[in-house]
Design a protein around this ligand. Structure first.
Ligand SMILES: [Zn+2]
Length: 151
């Protein structure tokens, strides 16, 4: 599993595309779009959700956590994720699984950012011909169309 973790962290940290400026010429837009697509193709394992750390008092009077001001047990981690209006919770054990889950969540954030940027760039590319119309070869106008109206 260590290999997988290293692979994830590579792809997380090599990517600094946040707050990308939008290029202003078509070639740069197309180049940026292709870069985003290849970054999307390299996305590793990802999952949506939030990692929540919990500390708790176990309630046993003899436990060290029962003393006033004593630290509670924990943290224990769970991953919460809304699915069809319900919150699905999954316990994440500490250790490699926790680290891997963090990376999967980061990867999901990166995926979302890349998708947003790709949509923004693609929108600019789609707009390009609308904002820069090519001169149309106009049909030859008949003389009658230019005749001034009679008074
Ligand atoms: Zn306790």
């Amino acid at each position: 599993m260590a290999d997988a973790i290293f692979r994830y962290s590579d792809s997380v940290y090599c990517c600094q595309v946040i707050n990308m400026p939008i290029p202003s010429d078509l070639d740069a837009l197309v180049l940026k779009r292709d870069q985003l697509k290849s970054q999307l193709a390299q996305i590793g394992e990802m999952r949506p959700g939030s990692l929540v750390a919990r500390f708790r008092k176990c309630g046993k009077p003899s436990c060290r956590c029962a003393k006033k001001g004593a630290p509670a047990h924990g943290p224990s981690y769970s991953l919460t994720h809304p699915v069809a209006g319900k919150t699905v919770t999954r316990i994440i054990p500490a250790g490699p699984a926790l680290e891997q889950t963090r990376l999967q969540l980061q990867e999901y954030h990166r995926f979302r950012e890349l998708v947003q940027q790709l949509v923004a760039i693609s929108e600019q590319i789609c707009d390009w011909p609308l904002r820069h119309p090519q001169p149309q070869t106009e049909p030859v106008k008949k003389n009658s169309a230019r005749r001034p109206p009679r008074r």
